[in-house]
Every structure is written in structure tokens, then in C-alpha cells.
Ligand binder design. Structure first.
Ligand code: AMP
Length: 277
């Protein structure tokens, strides 16, 4: 695996290459969720690139950024094992040099839920993803369904700005207890981890009710709310039932509607979702 920090060296290596390139953008501290994206890319491209960059502009709480876990040497071992071709681990100044001023605002899909809870978050995401797409010019870029609103923001940006890339969304990978894998899970205490299980339990209970015929969003959201709030360690920030492409709230659940939640479990913020299908 070739490791780059410098953008022009990376470009020299990959530009004009006669191969299909898949890109997996990450913030590192890799787990099986990231690996599923990498394997999908490996299956669909001649070469696979991974970026590891903890993007400060998408964090609205300094504490969250400071507590974000990292372990580059373990990540490199995993990436070597997975047969990744290129790793891009820029420093802050590589991505945001002095006098950097441009910001991408994707509009209405970036406003509710994560956008409302974390002002500026999606501008940070869209800007860094756009930069990565310009740097790599991959044929395909891979994202995880766990960050469903992020996927819709990126898909909207790619369409609106005519960026020549295919966006592939991969399913959420869960631990054996159902908790969605996340780099942030490492910050959970044992008790908090038990509480976190209620997040997916609530979501899948609502899915089961929908499968039995319940269509009312208020009732489905209440199922999720009650389950998650049954632990005093969980503080539910939002529960939403929305259309997946634009995240407009719905009163009546349809096929492909998405129920999403954000929960503070102790001091760790987790998000998760389930698609009704
Ligand atoms: P992150 O490092 O958290 O920014 O995540 C990098 C990519 O991995 C994003 O596209 C995430 O949606 C995806 N991802 C994170 N967790 C999971 C998971 N449990 N299952 C599938 N994809 C995931």
C-alpha cells in the first residue's frame, strides 16, 4: 500500500492511470463497517483508495473533536491486510491551507436532524468530500447507510454539481448485540454500552410494527422514543420518520421511509437508522 500526505504526489501516482478507482473516505479508527465499504470497493474496482482525515469543520463541539479516537498504525495494518492500494492521510494544512475560504452548502437536505443538531456539520462534510472527489477523481465513492443523511447530502451535491462519480451506499454493519459499529463506541462504558443496545431495539421494534401494518409516524416514533428512553443513561436528541432522499418528515410511513435517531449515551453521541422495507 502506498501512503500519501502530499496531494500533488498522490495525483501524480493516480492520474492517467488506466484502472477503475474506488474511494472510501473515513475518519479512521477503522472497524468492520469501514471494512465492508473497502471490500465492496475492492470487488468493484481495480484499485481502492482510503482516506483518513478527521475533518474539524464537520465537528461543532470541540470536545467531540478532541475525544475522537485514532490509531493510525492499527488502521494501516488493517488496510494492508485488506489489500488497499492507496492511503491518503493528510494533515490539516494539506486540506485547509492558509486563506482557505470556500464552503459548500447543499441546501434543504442538510438542514434537519443532524444539520439542526450540529450546525455547520454538513457544510463541513460536503466541502471535504468535494475536495476528496476532486483530488482522487474516483469512478466510485463508498459511504455507509449508518450515516444516511450524509449519503443524501453527498448524492445531492454530486447531482447538483455534476460531479462525475458513482455514489454507492453500503448497509449498516452491526455488532452481535445489534449496536451499529461506530468509532465512537470505544468511548462507551459497560453500562452505557448496555443502554446503547436500546437504540437498535427501538428501531427494529418500530420496523416490526410497520411490517405488521402500522403506518402512523407518530406511533412508530413513539415506540422508538419509549424504548430508548427506558434507560436513564440515554438522552434522545431526535427521532424522525422521513423520506430518505430529502429527509422531509412524513406523517404516514411509506416503503423506503427512514426512521433515524440521535442519542446521547452518557457523553457519547450515537446515530442510527432503519429503512422501512
Ligand atoms: P467515519 O469514519 O465514521 O466518517 O465513517 C466513514 C464511512 O464509513 C462513512 O461512509 C460511514 O457511513 C461508514 N460507516 C461507519 N460506520 C458504519 C457501519 N457500522 N456500517 C457501515 N458503514 C459504516
Amino acid at each position: 500500500m502506498e501512503i500519501f500526505q502530499n496531494i500533488s504526489e498522490l495525483r501524480k501516482e493516480i492520474s492517467g492511470g488506466k484502472f477503475t478507482l474506488g474511494l472510501v473516505p473515513t475518519m479512521g479508527y477503522l472497524h468492520d463497517g469501514h471494512i465492508s465499504l473497502i471490500r465492496r470497493s475492492k470487488g468493484q474496482n481495480i484499485k481502492t483508495a482510503v482516506s483518513i482525515f478527521v475533518n474539524p469543520t464537520q465537528f461543532n463541539r470541540a470536545e467531540d473533536l478532541d475525544n475522537y479516537p485514532s490509531d493510525l498504525s492499527s488502521d494501516i495494518t488493517i488496510l494492508e491486510r485488506e489489500g488497499v492500494d492507496y492511503l491518503f492521510t493528510p494533515d490539516l494544512f494539506h486540506i485547509y491551507p492558509e486563506h482557505f475560504e470556500t464552503e459548500i452548502n447543499v441546501g434543504s437536505v442538510s438542514l434537519p436532524l443532524e444539520g439542526a443538531s450540529r450546525p455547520g456539520h454538513f457544510n463541513g462534510v460536503a466541502t471535504v468530500v468535494c475536495k476528496l472527489l476532486n483530488i482522487f477523481r474516483p469512478d466510485t465513492v463508498y459511504f455507509g447507510q449508518k450515516d444516511a443523511q450524509q449519503c443524501s447530502v453527498v448524492q445531492t451535491m454530486v447531482k447538483d454539481l455534476n460531479i462525475d462519480v458513482r455514489v454507492v451506499v453500503c448497509p449498516t454493519i452491526r455488532d452481535s448485540d445489534g449496536v451499529a459499529l461506530s468509532s465512537r463506541n470505544i468511548n462507551l462504558s459497560k453500562c452505557e454500552r448496555e443502554s446503547a443496545i436500546l437504540i437498535n431495539k427501538g428501531l427494529f421494534q418500530a420496523l416490526a410494527e410497520w411490517e405488521k401494518g402500522q403506518k402512523k409516524a407518530s406511533i412508530l416514533k413513539n415506540i422508538v422514543r419509549q424504548k430508548i428512553s427506558s434507560s436513564p443513561l440515554n438522552h434522545l436528541e431526535y427521532v424522525s420518520l422521513a423520506r430518505q432522499n430529502d429527509f422531509i418528515e412524513q406523517n404516514c410511513a411509506e416503503r423506503e421511509s427512514i426512521i433515524s435517531v440521535a442519542v446521547m449515551v452518557g457523553s457519547t453521541r450515537l446515530i442510527d437508522n432503519v429503512v422501512l422495507k
